[in-house]
Write a protein that binds this ligand. Structure first.
Ligand code: SIN
Length: 287
């Protein structure tokens, strides 16, 4: 197993492993690389849906995939698999979610009390250009916060909106509400301690409809704009250009991700799993 760092702040490529036949020592190496780099990439994998689920389960219990925008689940008999795709079936219905547009920067499902610990995407079909997935280190974003900004947010929480997904679609069963102060969501501390490494991370979730608890809406918007501008600088990020057979796995507590738009006439089909959260994001406790 060889580990090659992808950027100074986030991501590593792991070479020399097959995820459908992984021994325990290699798995431990992957775990350690994930703690260190926030996200790991494997190329040239050949994974049936059951292989993807089996590999994912080594990290913990899996979430059942949310019902897709088309109201269906993705793979018959494997409720853990979600399809991210713009492709339409023979009846003209989307086979997956998120279409071909941009998916804005976000942490997966942070509108829940216990968001997933990890997410992984496995590429089956990819467009010739566009559709790159970006990962950004929220530990690095925390570490280079200006001191006065870090002090300002030290005891604050953000309400993570549960109304819209990262493609801008209204979630199933949720009433549309564009007022950040009243929309449904879950508050979490702005700075959290990573539960495995103890590193402080900036925990922002999604920009749309976010709200800093206890502030006037205007003050909340101003503070959030400043934090988002800081956290989404390209120098904190790795942009992944997909090939079929790639698997990208990220720690949802340590990173945010986004996706570039791509030609809607091109095909992009990814399978996704998520590892259930072990607990709510916790604040850093000063000793
Ligand atoms: C996601 O935001 O979970 C999907 C990212 C992608 O399609 O690359």
């Amino acid at each position: 197993m060889r580990i090659r760092t992808l950027t100074d702040t986030v991501g590593a490529e792991i070479e020399g492993v097959r995820l459908d036949r992984l021994d325990d020592a290699s798995f431990d190496g992957i775990r350690a690389a994930l703690d260190r780099h926030g996200g790991v990439l494997f190329r040239d994998q050949s994974l049936e849906p059951a292989d993807l689920v089996a590999f994912s389960r080594r990290f913990g219990e899996l979430d059942h995939a949310p019902v897709m925008e088309n109201g269906r689940t993705a793979v018959e008999g494997l409720p853990e698999i979600y399809i991210v795709s713009n492709v339409l079936d023979a009846q003209g219905r989307p086979i997956g979610s998120l279409g071909a547009g941009e998916a804005v920067w976000h942490t997966d499902m942070s509108y829940l009390e216990n968001p997933p610990d990890f997410s992984m995407l496995y590429a089956l079909e990819v467009p010739a250009s566009g559709g790159d997935t970006w990962l950004s280190s929220m530990a690095a974003a925390h570490d280079d916060l200006p001191g006065e900004l870090r002090e300002q947010i030290a005891d604050l929480s953000i309400k993570h909106d549960g109304t819209f997904n990262s493609g801008g679609y209204l979630r199933q069963g949720v009433r549309e509400d564009t007022n950040p102060a009243t929309s449904v969501g879950q508050p979490h501390p702005v700075i959290c301690a990573h539960p495995r490494t103890g590193r402080p991370v900036l925990y922002l979730g999604r920009r749309r409809n976010a709200y800093v608890m206890g502030l006037e809406l205007e003050a909340s918007e101003t503070l959030l704009d400043r934090l988002w501008e800081h956290a989404t600088r390209p120098e904190l990020a790795y942009a992944h250009r997909w090939r079929p057979g790639d698997l990208l796995l990220w720690d949802n507590r340590a990173t945010m991700h986004r996706r570039d738009p791509f030609d809607p006439a091109a095909r992009r089909v990814m399978r996704r799993t998520q590892i259930r959260g072990h607990g709510a994001p916790r604040p850093v406790v000063e000793t």
